[in-house]
Ligand binder design. Structure first.
Ligand code: XMP
Length: 517
């Protein structure tokens, strides 16, 4: 297994993805974990990530000394290479020519890391690599024992290696897809240099996970809040496989779900898989508490609070339950190096099934804690969940509550559900569902005048939103074809009586958020 030390780069998670794609288990931890931790982790290799700091500033993050004394291979990327150079006696300086974006570097073929890895070969027989750079500093003097293994005019030391100690550094970012040979480079490092086996794969993982869950839980009973989202669905399927009837799922229908969603969840889990699911039809309760409330934050708080209420009173009926299972995934667990200093603004108070209080007095069971989202999906497929469920767009905890602007009313929810279902159906039919990261309809409680047949209409407006994004932190609005938008608009207006106008949201994030509230 590989240890990745995070110096705060925005790409650190991609390093972990690359390593796992190579079928090797890895974990990501802040750069300043204790030496004892690193020793106990017993890695076969260590990767030092990039980061926003400059090594020649006064107080800068350093890799713990033990990284260079354990006798295992080390790969430093960008800042990771710079701190390696500085800590081992080389020199790093601010670069006159900063490099951001695409660059071509020459690879010296003698290095174990880069041998035969190239995109092209030039006239002199040197391999050339297309890479992604993002740096202001650079290594200007090698530490003793190191040689240059890649270079270009702007960055003469774009890669370095001490082959005897198996220490490698690259100034470019092999973890991003723009570095075309990035995958090959990681495979070389983890298999060729660190000697890791190919032991991280889904079928084995399922077996191990089941074994672990069984030994952890024993004969205890477990409760899980099932939302129908990917993470809780996969937890349900996994736990069901591991402990069968010791698992009880509580599915809270808050009246703010998508069209037929409750039926689908019950069909998939209760009917097809035979999971014990308590279906709580709490729509009326949620609507009662939401009546008259228009403020988005207040709505979010009410929905979150009511969920906890309902869940608590249901779980009180299961006195034998000792565990609460949650769909926490690895990105929620990682304590990034930069998060220590980052002070984020609260734009929206997020709520999801994970937000349950400790007053439940249950032990936490989080079987997806070490998986990335795409691994969770792969696991879902391996466990036999329907493809459409596993590859679904995300849906927020407060559901349609934040897609009905202003006061939430049951009749608005009904109109929105039907409009949304038409939009999603047409996206799927045209192949655009997979090309967008999230798409949905929003109900606007304003009325517009229209004409249908020979009659005047005075009805509500629906906005369509479709975005493309990697991380949901920033997003582009999707450039859906006009013909598709036209068809969706026609169908909604013809089929959903009460809506007579459809508009398309062409606002990115920032400045807009993905949801409208
Ligand atoms: P925004 O609207 O903040 O949304 O750009 C970013 C992503 O988060 C989802 N979202 C939520 N997810 N509970 C969730 O589990 C919430 O309260 C919540 N609010 C927004 C949103 O759908 C998008 O994917």
């Amino acid at each position: 297994k590989i240890l990745i030390l995070d110096f705060g780069s925005q790409y650190t998670q991609l390093i972990a993805r690359r390593v796992r794609e190579s079928s090797v288990y890895c974990e990501l931890h802040p750069y300043d974990v204790s030496e004892q931790f690193i020793r106990d982790f017993n890695p076969q290799g260590i990767v030092l990530s990039g980061g926003p700091s400059s090594v020649y500033e006064e107080e800068t993050p350093r890799a713990p000394d033990i990284v260079f004394n354990l006798g295992v291979p080390v790969l430093g990327i960008c800042y990771g290479m710079q701190t390696m150079a500085a800590q081992l006696g080389g020199k790093v300086e601010n670069a006159l020519h900063r490099e951001f974006g695409y660059a071509e570097v020459r690879a010296q073929g003698h290095s174990a890391l880069l041998r035969d890895i190239q995109d092209r070969i030039n006239e002199e027989g040197h391999g050339l690599l297309d890479v992604w750079m993002s740096h202001g500093d650079k290594v200007t003097e090698l530490p003793s024992g190191f040689k240059v293994i890649s270079s270009n005019a702007a960055t003469p030391i774009a890669g370095m290696a001490d082959e005897a100690r198996h220490f490698y550094g690259v100034q470019f970012h092999p973890e991003v897809t723009h570095t075309l040979q990035g995958k090959a480079l990681f495979e070389r490092f983890v298999h060729g240099i660190c000697g890791c086996g190919y032991d991280w794969n889904m079928p084995d993982y399922v077996k191990e996970a089941i074994g672990r869950i069984r030994s952890e839980v024993g004969s205890d009973e477990v409760i899980l809040g099932l939302s129908g989202g990917v993470d809780s669905s996969v937890v349900a399927a996994l736990l069901h496989r591991a402990i069968g009837t010791q698992l009880t799922c509580v599915f809270v229908d808050n009246g703010l779900l998508r069209l037929n969603e409750a039926e689908q969840v019950m069909k998939t889990f209760a009917d097809n898989l035979g999971v014990k699911v308590i279906h709580v039809d709490a729509g009326a309760v949620f609507m009662k508490h939401l009546a008259g409330v228009t403020d988005p934050e207040q709505k979010r708080k009410i929905i979150g609070r009511e969920f906890v209420e309902v869940f608590q009173s249901e779980s009180a009926k299961l006195p034998n339950a000792k565990w609460l299972a949650q769909g926490t995934i690895y990105p929620d667990v990682i304590e990034s190096a930069s998060s220590k200093t980052k002070k984020a603004h609260t734009i929206k108070s997020h709520h999801n099934v994970g937000g349950l209080p400790d007053t439940l007095h249950l032990k936490l069971l989080e079987p997806l804690r070490e998986l990335f989202k795409d691994e969770v999906r792969e696991l879902g497929v391996a466990l036999g969940l329907p493809h459409d469920m596993v590859y679904r767009h995300p849906f927020p905890g407060p559901g349609l509550g934040v897609r009905i602007l202003g006061e939430v009313k049951p009749e608005f929810a009904e109109l929105l559900r039907r409009a949304d279902a038409i939009f999603i159906e047409e996206l799927r039919a045209s192949g655009w569902y997979e090309k967008t990261s999230q798409a949905f309809a929003v109900f606007l409680p304003v009325k517009a005048v229209g004409v249908m047949g020979d009659g005047r209409t005075y009805d509500y407006v629906v906005a369509l939103r479709a975005v493309q994004t990697q991380d949901f932190m920033t997003a582009h609005w999707a450039e859906l074809p006009y013909t598709l938008l036209g068809k969706v608009s026609n169908r909604i207006i013809n089929e959903v009586r009460g809506i007579n106008r459809v508009v398309y949201d062409i606002c990115g994030k920032p400045p807009g958020t993905i949801e409208w509230e």
